[in-house]
Write a protein that binds this ligand. Structure first.
Ligand SMILES: [Zn+2]
Length: 70
């Protein structure tokens, strides 16, 4: 999770960020970091939450270790 401004100059919100990318799940590039006090008051980015929920409920990839064909 990474706190960032939802809109330039707007209220900070928590975005979901993958480890291997510089953009948030909702496609935002965070331009500035939010300090601790502001981050604690921040809500969650609804776009990120929706996308994150989809990822969590997605079926496991084909070829996962649990699958045995032989
Ligand atoms: Zn977001």
């Amino acid at each position: 999770m990474c706190a960032g401004a939802e809109e330039p100059g707007g209220a900070p919100v928590w975005h979901v960020m993958a480890k291997n990318t510089v953009t948030t799940l909702c496609g935002r590039r965070l331009g500035r970091r939010v300090d601790g006090a502001n981050a604690q008051r921040a809500g969650h980015c609804s776009s990120c939450m929706a996308l994150f929920g989809k990822l969590m409920t997605a079926p496991p990839a084909v070829g996962s270790p649990a699958r045995t064909d032989h």
